[in-house]
Design a protein around this ligand. Structure first.
Ligand code: AMP
Length: 392
């Protein structure tokens, strides 16, 4: 961010979509933390700050449970100054508050999604929001894949006076290290429930990665496509053809595609189920694979240990259940050891971030992305609406 914000009002799109408990206390401040460097840069330069964000998915206009006013106590503490609040993100009262800001002042606007116009990317609404600032700063990576009023459309009302905040800047640097300035070997680890969600990204990664590791529920469609017997495991029969194409693409591109060879199977989808470890191609009828097995863990860990760049999205099993978390935990450990030995590791996508945090390994990997969907879409498409709006 090479803008001097002295005496300027920065209108910053942040991602304050934080979890609240029943008493409306913020239960996880990660996203607020991620916005602090940008806010502090503006304040230290001698500028003032107008913050705008969405919170949750309000359906019909304003709702107490989705009000951003609940963030004021924690935000004031974290910024070490009072935070003003506008009950409506546009309108006379809001403009009065933003126009009276002095250097060092911070104003938070009410939830943008109380207006349908936000998600529709309404141009008039974007123009109304734009009145709050001299400079537009987009620092909400988590919504950069949406062409909403505040994330993309608004940028056209700021000519050259627009920029990314530090949070988006560091996300872009991290993606760049993985996809463009890649130290080889590059290993992408994909897991999670469904192949259908990951097809586009897998196809993109085949042109970039040296190794692709497949785990989680999605692995069983790969196993079945190769003729394995998968019992009651999760499968997408309508994706068998696609999976065969992925095998073929990997072969043509000299990418090593690793799928599990053994699995921890259960007789029901429950942490209390009976379990056993079996060859993944011979899962008994009535049993379902809920984690990768120890032989697979070992192979995957060896590939990871030999990698210089690592991208991880999606758990290796049902890691929410303690009996089926070993595979995911072993991958997290392998990535943290490889990172310690000099590899660059990027973790992105809701559940792998949840996993890395569950095992307290957030600071043992190189970068944990703040935007799961946005990261995956960036890899798939090579850009995002919220990014190109600033660059254009
Ligand atoms: P995704 O949102 O696609 O990344 O999927 C994450 C979810 O996949 C997690 O909630 C996991 O519990 C689930 N998952 C991972 N492995 C399996 C499996 N073998 N069978 C069923 N669900 C799984």
């Amino acid at each position: 961010m090479n803008i001097d914000f002295k005496n300027k009002r920065a209108l910053i799109r942040v991602d304050f979509n934080v979890p609240l408990d029943a008493q409306y206390n913020v239960t996880d401040i990660t996203r607020i933390n991620a916005a602090l460097p940008t806010i502090n840069k503006v304040l230290n330069d001698g500028g003032s700050v107008v913050l705008m964000s969405h919170l949750g998915r309000p359906k019909e206009g304003p709702a107490e449970k989705y009000s951003l006013k609940h963030l004021i106590p924690v935000l004031s503490t974290m910024l070490n100054r009072p935070v003003k609040f506008a009950n409506d993100c546009v309108g006379t009262d809001a403009y009065k508050l933003s126009s009276e800001l002095k250097p060092g002042d911070v104003l938070l606007l009410e939830n943008l999604r109380f207006y349908k116009h936000e998600e529709k990317g309404d141009k008039d609404f974007a123009q109304k929001l734009a009145k709050h600032g001299d400079v537009y700063v987009n620092d909400a990576f988590g919504t950069a894949h949406r062409a909403h009023a505040s994330t993309a459309v608004i940028a056209e009302f700021f000519n050259q006076n627009k920029t990314f905040g530090y949070c988006i800047e560091s996300e872009l640097n991290s993606i760049n290290k993985v996809l463009n300035n890649t130290q080889k070997p590059f290993t992408a680890i994909m897991g999670g429930a469904k192949v259908s969600d990951k097809i586009l990204i897998l196809k993109q990664l085949i042109s970039k990665a040296n190794n692709i590791i497949i785990g989680g529920g999605m692995a069983f469609t790969f196993v079945k496509a190769k003729g394995g017997k998968i019992g009651n495991s999760l499968v997408e029969d309508d994706r068998i053809e696609t999976v065969l194409e992925i095998f073929e693409l990997a072969r043509k591109n000299n990418v090593n595609l690793y799928i599990p060879i053994d699995s921890v199977v259960a007789d029901s989808f429950s942490n209390e189920a009976q379990k056993q470890t079996v060859d993944i191609n011979n899962i008994p009828d009535g049993w379902m694979g809920l984690d990768i097995g120890p032989k697979t863990e070992k192979i995957f860990a060896e590939v990871i240990a030999d990698s210089k760049t690592i991208l991880w999205n999606g758990p290796m099993g049902v890691f929410e259940m303690s009996n089926f978390e070993a595979g995911t935990k072993s991958i997290a450990q392998a990535i943290s050891s490889a990172t310690e030995n000099g590899a660059y590791s990027l973790i992105g996508g809701g559940d792998s971030v949840a996993a890395i945090n569950k095992y307290n390994m957030g600071d043992k990997v190189s970068y944990v992305s703040t935007g799961g969907g946005a990261l995956l879409e960036y890899i798939e498409a090579g850009s995002l609406p919220g990014i190109s709006a600033i660059l254009n």
